[in-house]
Write a new protein. Sequence first.
Lengths: 115, 114
Amino acid sequence: NAGVTQTPKFQVLKTGQSMTLQCAQDMNHEYMSWYRQDPGMGLRLIHYSVGAGITDQGEVPNGYNVSRSTTEDFPLRLLSAAPSQTSVYFCASSYSVGEQLWGYTFGSGTRLTVV
Amino acid sequence: GQQLNQSPQSMFIQEGEDVSMNCTSSSIFNTWLWYKQDPGEGPVLLIALYKAGELTSNGRLTAQFGITRKDSFLNISASIPSDVGIYFCAGSYTLQGGSEKLVFGKGMKLTVNP
């Protein structure tokens, strides 16, 4: 099993450009999430999905869109990149057992710089 | 929303020493998770706790799910240089719609001097 795979690992964008960060998992997890990590801020939730066709906003959703057409994939779109979106982005997946999350696994991250 | 207070923010210890860190909240959580992150990598799960009062060990690591469900601690015994990194706590709680959400502490940076 590959676990959670994120691509690309590094990306530089110009302000106003758009791009999609890819995330795929092969563990049949129903939960998938996107976080951004900034110095001194820890991990902040951008968007999450509890299953194919279902997405919801997290703590810092502005400037990002997501969709979940399959269980395996959860892409994150930046429609018009801004310097404030310079960050390291992590995708994670998990499954639920009753009211608890199990197997919460992170990808290795995408380091994005917006100039 | 729910917030986690993780402390301390950083620690500098000598190899062989023990280290403790904890996370507290005013809210109740269903699950507590402890992660370690190495530079340039994603967080890696160290220990998961699913029951209030649960005490779990993984090698030199020991973690406990507080009896009130509002806190958790992680201990590392006999530290070694490869323990260097950032340690995060995370707690999951149930939203009104029934789905689970995970919130993270801000992390503790551990430095181990050989």
